[in-house]
Each structure stands twice: as C-alpha cells, then as structure tokens.
Design a protein around this ligand. Structure first.
Ligand SMILES: [Zn+2]
Length: 322
C-alpha cells in the first residue's frame, strides 16, 4: 500500500469520525469520547474537534498472518459489558442498484453497509431475473471490475458471494473452496481489505451441512449469511448459518424497525436486514430503505455496524457451526 492511499484512507476516517460525532448511529466508539460528544452542548466545541487530529498511523486495522488488513477491524468499536442494540444491513450480488442504495446511505451519513459480490461475474447481466418476475425491464446487472476499482463501494464492507454464484450443495470440496477463497482473494486485490464473511449464493436451499463444514475447515471465511427470516433481534446461533431478522422486502420491515427503536436492551440485540438492490426497483420501495436508514441513524441508542464489524465484536461468543 502506498503512502498516498494511507493518507486517503486516513482522510476518509477523519471525515467519518467527524460525521459520527454529530450522528446518532455511527461507526465510532460506543464508549469514551463519542458518548461524551453526543450529550455535549453545542457550545462544547473543543471536544468535537479533538479526534480529527489523529495521525494516519493510528488507524487500528488488525492484520492476518500474511499482513493483510482484515474486514471489520477498523471501526474503533469496543464492548463495555452493558447490553447494546446493533443494526446491520447487507445487499447481495454486486449490482448497479447498489449505487442508489449508497446514495441513500450517504444522505444519513450511514457507513455501515455490507455488499456481497461475485468476482467471477463482473459486468454480467441476468435478464432472467426480470423475466422470471414478469418485469422484463427490471435490471440485474453486475458492476464491472473497473467500476468497482473506481470506487463504487469505497468506505463500505465488501464480502464474498462466491466467484460464480453457483449452488454449492453438490459440489466437490475443491470447487467449494475455490468458489469461496478465490472470491475473497479477488476482493482483497481490489479493495486492499481481506473479507471475513460471505452470503450463501442462492440462499438456504443451495448449501448443506457438508458445504458449511468445508467452508469452516478449509477456507478463511468466518461467517456466512443465510436467508431464513427470524423476525427476531437475536445474535446468530452459528456464524456460518447467520439467519437475518428479515428481508428488505418484508411487509413488516418498518414495524420491526419501530419495535427495535422502542426496545430496551436487556441483552445484546441485533436487527439484521438483507436483500438485493433490484428488489427495491421491483417493489418500487426505495422509500422503505430511506425510512429504515433514517430511523436507525436517528436513534441515539442504536449502533450501526457492518456485518464484518459485528462479527469482530462478537466473534468469541458465537460458535462457527454445530
Ligand atoms: Zn445472490
């Protein structure tokens, strides 16, 4: 990594920190200086201006044994032993609607999005998605590698959705490993951050016990998001079968969001929403995403995290698999 990139990353971090200081739901520390800033008077200026003086070398990335920066380790978040409410959201496939999703995120200074991408399918258009849904005009077009290198996902969490998005349940072990690990390697090559997680391509019908154990034992991937809706605000039971609260298309999504905002955390709580950008076009429900992010960022007691940040915070408390 060259010096210029370090400075760019440092500058981005400073902007995020500065923004976080005035935002209820943020990537910054949930204890210490941030908590003080949130309750500080508007006149308490010195407190707010303190953090941006941090030197670039203080960006706290953790690295693996090959020196690669690991996803989710730069949030500055720690846990202080008291129960908290966490919100995380992810979108699959690495498609062009993600740009609009990020526009909505930026409107609320929300930097906690996770995107699962398939680096073996750059630029591929899946016309069959719209045709299957009876809306031939519906686009499902993946970004090209050049577009992603140009910065579509900069500042967001990019994770594995396998190379080719194939069903993994009946594949040879070597194929599963290649599909997962090469996607991770490619993402590292593009972003400079090594992913720690994935979303199962095709959802819960396309993997099985054997697949999970291959990923657990033979790859570096630590979590894998499933597609079963729980309607609950619970921590995952297993990292490699991480069941979300609900889909972005769920009819009760905003009701769940209201319930989560109103909830008192007696134990750590997680509201996990997942989906695909094309679904927001299909249902014409962009306003639902807008409202969701507004609600999560405006709540003082909700900590927004990427999937990878949540994993890093709770990695010792949830088993990989049974
Ligand atoms: Zn997918």
């Amino acid at each position: 990594m060259n010096l210029k990139k370090i400075f760019i990353i440092a500058a981005m971090m400073l902007v995020i920190l500065a923004v976080a200081a005035v935002s209820g739901c943020n990537e910054g520390s949930d204890d210490g200086p941030k908590a003080t800033e949130k309750s500080a008077d508007a006149t308490d200026v010195p407190e707010v201006t303190e953090e941006p003086t941090a030197a670039p070398t203080e960006v706290p990335w953790q690295v693996d044994d090959q020196g690669r920066r690991l996803a989710g380790t730069d949030s500055g978040l720690t846990r202080d032993g008291t129960p908290k409410k966490y919100f995380t959201i992810s979108f699959d496939d690495g498609i062009t609607q993600d740009e609009h999703i990020i526009e909505i995120y930026m409107k609320y200074n929300f930097t906690s999005g996770t995107f699962f991408i398939d680096t073996g399918l750059f630029g591929v258009s899946w016309d069959w998605v719209g045709q299957t849904l009876g809306m031939p005009s519906l686009k499902h077009v993946r970004w090209t590698e050049a577009q992603i290198r140009a910065g579509i996902y900069d500042g967001y969490d990019v994770a594995v959705h396998t190379l080719g998005h194939m069903s993994l349940k009946d594949q040879k072990e070597s194929v599963v490993i290649q599909q997962v690990q090469e996607d991770a390697d490619n993402i590292y090559g593009i972003t400079g951050i090594y992913p720690v997680g994935m979303a199962w391509p095709g959802g819960d019908t396309e993997y099985n016990d054997t697949t999970i154990k291959i990923v657990r034992d033979k790859t570096t991937i630590k979590f894998a998001r499933a597609t079963t809706t729980t309607n609950k605000f619970k921590l995952p039971k297993y990292w490699l079968k991480w069941t979300p609260t609900c889909s972005i298309t769920a009819g009760n999504l905003l009701k769940l969001a209201e319930k989560f905002v109103a909830a008192e955390a007696e134990e750590d709580m997680l509201f996990y929403v997942w989906g695909h950008g094309y679904e927001l076009d299909f249902y014409d429900s962009w306003d639902v995403l807008d409202q969701l992010i507004k609600m999560m960022t405006e709540a003082d007691d909700i900590i927004c995290v990427t999937n990878s940040e949540f994993y890093q915070l709770f990695k010792d408390e949830v088993p990989a698999y049974k």
